[in-house]
Design a protein around this ligand. Structure first.
Ligand code: V47
Length: 353
């Protein structure tokens, strides 16, 4: 059976078949990706009303692609006090925001409690607010810095009220590329191990892939295959999020930019390969809103959310520092022929707009 017939029949494809998909016409890939999208989600496109908080940019690790860390080309270090974080949370809770996404750099000067007890303060005051917090890279950093096992850090997070894990820090799992772009931080195996442990506690997480820099197509497929393998075992990933590399203010000297064509092919192929991950997010922050809307035709069924404020990707050139207007976002989804559905953080439908 050829690969197209296999995909149409809902059969799983191999690494070689996935890699060879890049040689197909973009629109053929779009149609194939749409089979999986339609089967699971019909015409719905999910989003949530969320707010990102990035409490410190002081980092002991050095990732070449990062423009956010204060020790690099961004000369303005900051660390928020819990009171400042709570002021933001008070404000967003008042305005009905349902999810707070809290991720930081790896700051060795704050103490473990600074990282973890803010969650219990938020939960005590706003039990309904979903806390998506700490990437596997942060968990690994806290585990090394404070000599605790991953299990101990994860249990502390859960005791303090963290509801789900974001997908950050996955970057690219291929060890050679990973060593080149972010040597010294959580390894691929460790990243996957932390998510496995999280899933084993009955909790959900997301998984990202940073692409469009020095990686090759084969590295993207390898990344997807490692996710698919873990998902077969745990079923804990809610969503796959390909992050398009932003090139400003960092030390990864990439001269050639990935094309919209290659981004859409990668999105479509990820929908086909990741047959066991229900949601594919077109993260408008790194793809632009316009391309994220087009990606709905190439397998994507989730556009993240309104975000409000974002510091990590915007430091590297993304136009996300101030989020997007809710009504505008909804209208754009409708105008592109899809049904905007507001979801909660675990993909329960809240409102069809
Ligand atoms: O882990 C850093 C990436 C991630 C750059 O789980 C960059 O729902 C592009 O993980 N160009 C943080 N990307 C963001 C993230 C995320 C975002 C939205 C939703 C979720 C989720 C997770 O941003 C980092 C890193 O991979 N990043 N620098 C850059 N120059």
């Amino acid at each position: 059976m050829d690969v197209i017939a296999k995909i149409e029949a809902g059969e799983r494809i191999t690494f070689d078949e996935a890699l060879a998909l890049y040689d197909h016409d973009l629109f053929v890939l779009g149609e194939l990706a749409d089979i999986g999208r339609k089967k699971l989600h019909g015409n719905k496109t999910y989003f949530n009303i969320n707010r990102h908080i990035n409490p410190t940019n002081i980092c002991k690790d050095v990732c070449k692609f990062c423009a956010y860390s204060a020790s690099r080309k961004n000369p303005q270090p900051y660390t928020m006090k819990h009171e400042e974080i709570m002021e933001i949370v008070d404000d967003i809770a008042k305005r009905g925001i349902k999810e707070v996404h809290i991720v930081s750099a790896h700051n060795p000067d704050t103490g473990l409690d600074w990282y973890t007890t803010v969650f219990s303060k938020i939960k005590a005051k706003y039990p309904e607010l979903h806390i998506k917090a700490l990437t596997a890279a942060e968990i690994h950093f806290l585990s090394e810095e404070y000599e605790k096992s991953y299990d101990e850090i994860i249990d502390i997070m859960i005791e303090n009220g963290v509801d789900s894990l974001p997908g950050g820090g996955a970057e690219i799992f291929d060890e050679e590329v990973r060593d080149y772009i972010c040597k010294g931080k959580v390894t691929s195996e460790q990243w996957l191990e932390i998510h496995r442990k999280w899933h084993e506690r009955g909790k959900k997480s997301n998984v990202t892939m940073l692409f469009g820099h020095v990686e090759k197509r084969k590295d993207r497929i390898d990344h997807m295959m490692r996710i698919r393998d873990l998902q077969d075992q745990t079923g804990g990933f809610n969503c796959f999020i390909p992050l398009v590399y932003q090139s400003e203010n960092n030390y990864l000297n990439v001269k050639e930019f990935i094309t919209a064509h290659e981004i859409l092919k990668t999105m479509a192929i990820s929908r086909i390969v990741l047959d066991n991950v229900p949601n594919l997010k077109a993260y408008w922050v790194t793809s632009t809103v316009n391309l994220a809307l087009v990606a709905q035709e190439f397998g994507a069924n989730d556009l993240d959310g309104t975000i409000e404020k974002e510091s990590i990707n915007s430091a590297a050139g993304a136009k996300s520092a101030h989020g997007v207007d809710l009504q505008e976002f909804v209208d754009l989804i409708k105008d592109s022929g899809f049904t905007p559905v507001e979801r909660d953080s675990l993909y329960k439908e809240l409102k069809v707009w």
